[in-house]
Design a protein around this ligand. Structure first.
Ligand code: MSP
Length: 531
């Protein structure tokens, strides 16, 4: 477990970000990579900005769906979870995901947390024993009303629903309906993007029915304390991971003063398909536990192939690992974050991926860095002009404008727009270099030398800022650029620079003529289409 506080030693605030925890019935696909990369980018930005950050991700390992998949594979559910959760960890490591904890719902502290919460709600009367009779969709692990079925099928995934009749514990949702509506009305930043709010409101306004939160017809789950013929409903179990992850047990023992600081700042990143669980059931569970609901639930859209949701049965699932192997982690991160505005759906198209890679990454960013490094090596023996050479303020103005808007941009999860701005800046700089054509200047001529050094200094300072700006989205590339310029990576232990401090930090680094590497690594080799 890691928790990077800012280097300055002064905490700007707390920031807690979570991904959904992923089912272990199959290996990860691009949708899982997407939720995780979003969370990682904001976690990295908040760390840079001096927040004490906790970033939680993990796997959702209980429930009928996992039990059935394990049966099919001739494995035990725990054996299946043990092997598949590793695939998620491997993917996250390849994608440079900077999580603080990878939680598994089979972790002992999580099991205790779920049982403690269940007991608490039973004791305060928010949970009661009755009988459930109705419909259930196993792939979605969701109870369904008769009315919502579409010809007997689940309205969400289109698969056959099954009739269930069994004794069950229920969570009182109706009791908290009004409180939830008040919370939604009073907290405009609770559901993002804003256009998703109406979906949630219309669901709640139809009237909430109490939620069945235990099952008796299978075994793979956390036993209800004191009544172990029941296992706890997988969503009730899963949602509580957000409390376990930051130490709920210690909190209720009075030993974790940071718990509430973190939880009050929580941003849950979820797909649009699981918004209801996070924006309706979860806040009500929290009300019942005496905890304020989350600050923000950010619902992203889906990646589709040819307009259709990816699924194993359709055979159209995009494998993130093969993309990383071919193009590197940052190319995938860049494509996922820049191609669609957060909240909307997008089509994953490999031709488009290659076009975007070659134009934005290989041509615009990669060339900028390699030509600047080559010019520095050629004209100054690799030394960035020091404090006596000024940079061109007009060029840098764009970088400072982007930096000034970062807080708001990240708060709105407007990553595509931030990246668009950064790449516009990259192109401004490429144009500035082309137009000023430093290669035509004569370094032996004192006047031309002054101009030449100013161009080189402007390019170097701009690249420092580009490396800073792309760091949350493309950490490996940022690290490589810093390596070329002999600057510590932005995520070195005990080191962070807030957006408002970059200019001063950069001046300090370059003041004595910082020396760059003799041979700059190619950041993004061009890909030939046929490949
Ligand atoms: N286990 C639950 C979440 C519990 S959180 C307390 C779950 N798991 S999941 O593995 O099915 O999905 C995890 C996330 O992946 C969801 O947010 C879902 O929206 C996202 N994606 C799955 N397929 C997707 C795409 N094709 N595109 C984008 N994201 C999608 O639900």
């Amino acid at each position: 477990m890691r928790n990077n506080n800012c280097g300055s030693g002064k905490i700007n605030g707390y920031f807690y970000v979570t991904t959904p925890i992923y089912y272990v019935n199959d290996k990860p696909h691009i949708g899982h990579a997407y939720s995780t990369v979003i969370a990682d980018s904001i976690a990295r930005f908040k760390r840079l900005s001096g927040y004490s950050v906790f970033f939680l991700t993990g796997t959702d390992e209980h429930g009928l769906k996992i039990e059935k998949e394990a049966d099919l594979r001739g494995a035990t559910p725990k054996g299946l979870a043990d092997s598949v959760h590793i695939k998620f960890k491997e993917l996250f490591s390849e994608l440079n995901i900077s999580y603080d904890r990878f939680i598994r719902t089979t972790d002992a502290d999580h099991i205790r947390t779920v049982q403690t919460a269940f007991k608490k709600l039973l004791e305060n009367g928010d949970v009661y024993l009755s009988e459930y009779e109705g419909w259930y969709c196993t792939p979605c692990e969701t109870f369904l009303t008769e009315k919502s079925l579409m010809e007997g099928k689940c309205p969400q995934c289109g698969r056959q629903a099954v009739k269930v009749k069994e004794e069950s514990y229920f969570l009182k949702l109706d009791k908290y309906e009004k409180k939830l509506l008040d919370y939604i009305a009073g907290n405009p930043g609770f559901i993002k993007p804003d256009f998703r709010k109406n979906e949630v409101l219309s669901f709640v306004n139809e009237g909430l029915k109490n939620l069945s939160i235990s099952r008796t017809s299978f075994k793979w789950g956390i036993p209800v304390p004191g009544d172990d013929k029941h296992v706890i409903y997988v969503w009730f179990d899963a949602l509580l991971n957000y409390l376990t992850g930051i130490g709920y047990e210690d909190f209720i023992a009075g030993k974790n003063p940071d718990f509430m600081h973190f939880f009050k700042s929580v941003n849950h990143i979820v797909g649009k398909d699981i918004l209801k669980f996070h924006a309706v059931y979860w806040p009500i569970m929290l009300f019942a536990l005496g905890i304020e609901p989350p600050k923000t639930v950010m619902a992203h859209g889906w990646w589709l192939t040819d307009g259709r949701k990816m699924s194993k049965s359709l055979g159209n699932v995009v494998d993130p690992v093969s993309l990383i192997n071919k193009f590197g982690p940052d190319a995938l991160r860049y494509y996922l974050l820049s191609e669609i505005t957060l909240g909307l759906d997008g089509d994953f198209n490999i031709d488009n991926f290659v076009v975007r890679y070659n134009s934005g990454l290989a041509n615009d960013l990669g060339n900028l860095v390699s030509r600047t490094a080559a010019m520095l090596n050629k004209y100054t023996g690799g030394a960035v002009p020091g404090a006596d050479v000024p940079e061109d303020a007009a060029v840098l103005k764009t970088a400072y404008r982007i930096l000034g808007g970062l807080d708001a941009g990240y708060d709105d999860y407007d990553f595509a727009k931030i990246l668009e701005d950064i790449f516009r800046f990259i192109n401004t700089l490429n144009k500035y270099i082309n137009d000023s054509a430093p290669w035509k200047l004569n370094i032996e001529d004192p006047e031309e030398k002054t101009v030449l050094l100013k161009i080189l200094k402007t390019a170097a300072v701009s690249i420092y800022h580009i490396s800073y700006l792309i760091y949350p989205f493309m950490p490996e590339t940022s690290k490589k650029i810093n390596g070329i310029f002999n600057i510590k990576p932005f995520d070195s232990a005990g080191f962070s620079v807030r957006p408002e401090d970059t200019a001063a930090h950069c001046s300090e680094l370059f003041k004595d003529g910082c020396r760059i590497s003799e041979k700059a690594e190619i950041l993004f080799p061009r890909i030939k289409f046929e490949e």
